[in-house]
Design a protein around this ligand. Structure first.
Ligand code: CDP
Length: 234
């Protein structure tokens, strides 16, 4: 067994040849994480939540008292990032359990700000390629199909109307899908969509060879089934 051996770096290496990858890209609150994790579970594949890495860089900057807008600090934080993923699902950073803290909206926003820097992305791409292990990988993010795993066996672009995504987020927070708070969530989602799709480095967009899956009128179970059906046909 040599899954993490020194000579097996880079996704095009022979060691990785033939290990199937399913990429699931899409905008914020599209349900990527839930769908990707369930597809991985059903197939017995590994799961990579690439957004967590961007969130961890943001968290590290916060721990160091640095500003997320500081490009040099963000690049350094990405290059020296050593998160620990415990078997029970907890995520540790510098000995601290940050599993809940990295999910805060403020950290997501910081993550999206520092994600514009190519050197940050390159450093995190190295970590992402290491997640490609037998028997297979389901990877979710913004640029899984376009940059990180261009040879993926199945590419999905998962989306839903901004109002639907805002309503899902509101429900998670115990809020109704109407009113001022809800309107603020819609505006936040639209702002992040714009930032993620307008940046020049690895922008969010549907690849020509990716299948579009709009979940506005689909349940999670229906969405997972669709992805599994496509995978079996692939
Ligand atoms: O959960 P949500 O979809 O809101 O965010 P996430 O997937 O955790 O990612 C947080 C931020 O990291 C995004 O807004 C992106 O700007 C950035 N990101 C990225 O640039 N590339 C990825 N592959 C994943 C996330």
């Amino acid at each position: 067994m040599s899954s993490s051996h020194a000579h097996s770096h880079g996704h095009k290496d022979a060691a990785h040849h033939g290990i199937p990858v399913i990429t699931i890209d899409g905008p914020t609150a599209s349900g990527k994480g839930t769908v990707a994790a369930r597809v991985a579970q059903r197939l017995g594949f590994h799961y990579l939540d690439s957004g967590v890495l961007y969130r961890l860089v943001a968290m590290k900057l916060v721990q160091e008292g640095e500003d997320g807008a500081n490009e040099d600090a963000a690049v350094r934080a990405a290059q020296t990032l050593e998160p620990e993923f415990l078997p029970d699902g907890r995520i540790m950073l510098s000995g601290e359990d940050v599993s809940a803290a990295i999910r805060a909206d403020g950290i997501g926003l910081q993550a999206s700000r520092l994600a514009v820097h190519p050197a940050v992305r390159e450093a995190l791409n190295v970590l992402q390629h290491r997640a490609r292990k037998a028997p297979g990988l389901v990877a979710d993010g913004r640029d899984m199909a376009s940059v990180v795993f261009p040879q993926a066996r199945l590419k999905i672009f998962l989306t839903a109307a901004a109002e639907v995504r805002a309503c899902r987020r509101a429900k998670q927070l115990g809020l109704p899908c109407e009113g001022l708070e809800y309107q603020r969530i819609v505006a936040d989602i639209q702002a992040r969509d714009l930032a993620d799709s307008r940046r020049t480095s690895a922008p969010l967009r549907q690849e020509p060879d990716a299948k579009l899956l709009d979940t506005s009128d689909l349940s999670i179970d229906e969405t997972v089934k669709k992805v599994l059906d496509w995978y079996r046909e692939s």
